[in-house]
Every structure is written in C-alpha cells, then in structure tokens.
Write a protein that binds this ligand. Structure first.
Ligand code: 13P
Length: 241
C-alpha cells in the first residue's frame, strides 16, 4: 500500500510560473501516491507525474456565481476533492450541513472526498476533541450509503496545528485514528472501517512525518506550507516510510 500524500497549496503561489517551478521540482518516491491540489485555475498549465485534486467544490450547478461542481472537476480528470477544510469552515462559514451536501455530490460522481475534521484550540483545551470529531463525521456522512464509504478519505487536522508549527503527539493522533475507525465501524461495519483511509494534517514536515506514519499508523498526510517549498517538500517525501 502506498502512503497518500496530499499537497494543499491553498491560495498560493501568486503566478503560474511559480506554480510550474514548484511542481517541476517535486520528486515523489515509489511508495507515495501524491495528490497535488493547486488553485484550479493553474491546473491546465501544470504538467507533472502527479494526480491533481481540488481544494473545494460546490454541490450544485446553475446560478451559483463563482462555484465549480464535482461533475466539472470530474470532466477535467480530477479524482480527489478536499471538503470541509477548517479554513472553509472558519473563514467562509461552511457548516457540517454544507460539507455533507458536498460529500454527497462528490460521491455521486464517484470522486474521492477528503473530509477534514478536527478541533480548535478552545475545544482542545476543554477536552472536546472526540465530541467535535464525532459531530463532524456524523453530520458530514449523514445519509451517505454504505457502498460509498470505502472511497472516502478522512483527514484529522486539528485547527490549532495548522500553519502554527505546533503538532499533536503520535499517541494522541493514534487515539483519534482509533476513535474514527470505531465511528465508521459502528455506522457502516468492519469492512468499511478497514477501507477508509485516515490521514493527518497540521504543520507536517520532514522531521515529524515519521511519527504520524509509523508511530501513529496514519495512511498519509495533508501538507500545506511545506508543499510550496521544493527542497523541504522533497525531504518530507524522502522521509515517508
Ligand atoms: P500546514 O501544513 O501549513 O500546517 O497546513 C495544513 C493544512 O491545512 C493542509 O490542508
């Protein structure tokens, strides 16, 4: 099994030239499935030995100025779509219900949603981590049929760890992984729970990645800032074991 490494470029870099340079510099080893999620507008002019994914999508088509649907993403060859990223939740008021509608629209097209869940700093300090994750997964997967669940990727991204250089211990992350597996097992059964991939995100770099993959047993990672820095990102890829 290959480790799933998702590079989320967010609203970066500024120009297509910079984007081409970053992608050209990537050296993905054989044990990695690398999904790069650049700003959508760059994708037609990017070439590389990677798969591209989307950072978000909308759940409908028609009079929704500025939005892009899963059907459109599929028609240009994209397979993975990030859903419910904390930046969408916090900065753009995305609710669990909206994330759920997006999940269903993505799965309807047989694409792979990467649903992001995770507690913020206050929730962590008041020991609400598991409660938050239970709500986000319960509502995010509400009405999602059993046969669709095997294609889902769940990303545990504690909000307080994103872009801060702070990161959770391997032990804590493993507890969250076990908790998520149990939630899926209860709702969809053991087979589905085995198939669902669980990845970690939040200040992942070449020094801490091993603790998430080998110690916490995650199936991969979601990388923000470091994925824009070629040398550091290649070091991170090299450290995948
Ligand atoms: P950083 O790796 O910059 O903390 O971002 C994580 C993230 O939000 C990936 O989706």
């Amino acid at each position: 099994m290959k480790f799933l490494i998702v590079a989320n470029w967010k609203c970066n870099p500024k120009t297509i030239k910079e984007a081409q340079k970053i992608l050209k510099g990537y050296k993905a080893p054989k044990n990695v499935e690398l999904i790069v999620c650049p700003p959508l507008v760059f994708i037609p002019q990017l070439k590389g030995n990677v798969s591209f994914g989307a950072q978000d999508c909308f759940y409908g088509e028609g009079a929704f100025t500025g939005e892009v649907s899963p059907t459109m993403l599929k028609s240009v060859g994209l397979r993975h779509v990030i859903v419910g990223h904390s930046e969408r939740r916090v900065l753009f008021n995305e609710t669990d219900e909206i994330a759920n509608r997006k999940m269903k629209a993505i799965l309807q097209e047989k694409l792979i949603p990467i649903l992001c869940v995770g507690e913020n700093r206050e929730e962590r300090e008041s020991n609400e981590t598991f409660e938050v994750i239970k709500r986000q997964i319960g509502e995010g997967l509400d009405g999602v049929a059993k046969d669709k669940v095997k294609n889902i990727v769940l990303a545990y991204e504690p909000v307080w760890a994103i872009g801060t250089g702070k990161f959770a211990s391997a032990e804590k992350i493993q507890q969250v992984k076990i908790f998520i597996k149990k939630l899926i097992n209860t709702k969809y059964g053991a087979k589905a729970s085995e198939k669902v991939k669980i990845i970690y995100g939040g200040s992942v770099d070449s020094r801490n990645i091993a603790s998430y993959l080998s110690d916490a047993g995650m199936d991969g990672v979601l990388v923000g800032g470091v994925s824009l820095r070629i040398k550091e990102f290649n070091q991170l890829l090299k450290a995948v074991k």
